[in-house]
Design a protein around this ligand. Structure first.
Ligand code: 4AD
Ligand code: MG
Length: 467
């Protein structure tokens, strides 16, 4: 077998016929008759299978019986022009080796349609479906495009810690990290948990954002981005929330809110265009199977300027909609945080394009956002997308030491844990801005999948951390 070097199926399908080849992969289907068997083989390099043609007279009957859906094979043969429709080339097999049998009776993925929900419980099969092959390849392409985008702009990839003592978003929904014996927790004189006995000698958690550390990077080397796992213990069992997700957080010195919005728009457009330019086979599959508006929606987003609107203007639009009979599940008035139904109304019904919302009430946003002159709003921005709602959240940061300290005080936050951060405003503070893109929210948009659990290989959600 190994006298010929193995070629991946993606390359084989793009090759000229007339050469001897070796392919390896998993059987998707086998059909045929007494004389000839057609085996569809897939190795994950592309959504497309290569067809193996095996004349039964050349092969042991027992061997061909072992060629079942899910079994792994090595196949040597001649790459020939295909007479059948649907593929340019196929392999006329001369040697077949079954590398791993797959018991057809116990294989959970027969041709019957298996729900995405069911698949989440069979980890090994799930990733081998066409759907997850497509999702995983697009996920990989997006990760590559993210690094490319920022590296072309001279941003530094900054690795921020996963274990931290600070609550960046001030939302209090963090997973605690401890090595204390939960059956025998040490207490101090006041009866509180004595964290000095814990591994780090203080209370620590998994990070909800790398932003605060990112700001230290930006005020040192100018422009940075982070790209890593992020953890939130919010009990939101929705199709858009994960307890462990990936976030990309660029942070830029000398950027104001306008610069920040421009970068965010350029960034997401670059990513969507990259997917259209590089992942079309997978996109077509997903478009046909799950969401026939997918490719059109992606093309729509890169073709038009995003709509800018302030929170206050958006509230007026939504209140008018309600007055005209539009029904929302959650009430909306100045001061409320928008729900995804409100965001989607603005994007899909009112403006019919992506929206950048700015200047939110300070009470619904984090402590670090730059305060506006009006004393009640801050220079935050949310980028809202069709079908998704919020895909990016960011802001210009409060650069003034006095204002930042006053806000921390006002919110009753612990200053002790934040002194290292506040120092950036003491020693050469600069205007600066940044944002966070939820990687899986982006993937929802560029795969058309409806549930965020289906764009990450091993989803973590409330009451679920299997595998
Ligand atoms: O809006 P968020 O909370 O902003 C921040 O964390 C800032 N520190 C970002 C920054 O300015 N550097 O989160 C940013 C994005 C959201 O817009 C959303 O796309 C995603 O992260 N996100 C989640 N994705 C999946 N599951 C969750 N539970 C998410 N929470 C936020
Ligand atoms: Mg947000």
């Amino acid at each position: 077998m190994e006298t010929v070097k193995r070629t991946k199926i993606k390359a084989l399908l793009a090759s000229e016929p007339g050469v001897e080849v070796l392919a390896k992969g998993w059987v998707r289907t086998k059909r045929g008759n007494k004389q000839v068997k057609f085996i569809a083989l897939n190795d994950g390099s592309t959504i497309n299978n290569i067809q193996i043609v095996a004349n039964t007279e050349n092969f042991d009957e027992e061997l061909l019986k072992r060629v079942t859906t899910g079994a792994s094979l090595a196949v040597k043969g001649q790459l020939v022009a295909s007479v059948g429709s649907g593929q340019a080339v196929e392999i006329q097999a001369t040697e077949i080796e079954v590398l791993g049998d797959c018991d057809p009776m116990r294989f959970p993925l027969q041709k019957k349609d298996t729900t995405l929900e069911y698949l989440r419980s069979v980890a090994h099969m799930r990733l081998r479906t066409n759907t997850f092959g497509a999702v995983l390849r697009i996920r990989n392409a997006m990760a590559y495009a993210i690094h490319t985008f920022f590296n072309q702009k001279g941003f530094v990839y900054l690795h921020t810690p996963l274990i931290t003592e600070s609550d960046a978003e001030g939302a209090g929904d963090m997973f605690q990290v401890t090595t204390l014996d939960l059956k025998n927790i040490p207490l101090d004189k006041k009866g509180n948990v004595d964290f000095s006995k814990d591994f780090f000698g203080k209370k620590t958690s998994l990070t909800v954002s790398g932003q605060l550390e990112g700001e230290l990077g930006a005020t040192a080397v100018g422009e940075i981005y982070t790209f890593g796992p992020t953890f939130r213990a919010e009990n939101s069992n929705t199709p858009r929330h994960l307890a462990e997700f990936w976030m990309i957080e660029p942070e830029m010195a000398f950027y104001d809110l306008k610069d920040n919005m421009e970068l965010a728009e350029e960034f997401v457009k670059y990513l969507v265009k990259y997917a259209l330019d590089n992942c079309m086979d997978d996109l077509k599959f997903l478009n046909d199977k799950y969401d026939d508006g997918l490719i059109e929606r992606m093309q729509g987003v890169i073709g038009i300027p995003f709509q800018h609107v302030t929170y206050t203007q958006a509230v007026e639009i939504l209140e008018n909609a309600v007055a005209n009979g539009v029904k929302f599940e959650y009430p909306v008035h100045w001061g409320t945080d928008f729900q995804s139904e409100h965001e989607r109304y603005l994007v899909e019904k009112h403006f019919q394009k992506p929206v950048i919302l700015t200047d939110f009430p300070k009470d619904i946003k984090a402590f670090y956002m730059k305060q506006n002159e009006d004393g009640r709003t801050v220079r935050g921005m949310d980028v809202l997308f069709p079908k998704i709602g919020e895909i990016i959240g960011g802001s210009e940061r409060e650069a003034s030491l006095e204002k930042l300290e006053a806000r921390i005080e006002e919110l009753g936050m612990s200053r002790k844990n934040l002194e290292w951060y506040i120092d950036t405003r003491r020693y050469g503070t600069v205007p600066h801005s940044g944002f966070g893109l939820g990687f899986e929210r982006l993937l929802l948009f560029v795969t058309g999948m409806a549930n965020i659990r289906d764009v990450i290989p091993f989803p973590r959600t409330p009451k679920n951390a299997e595998f």
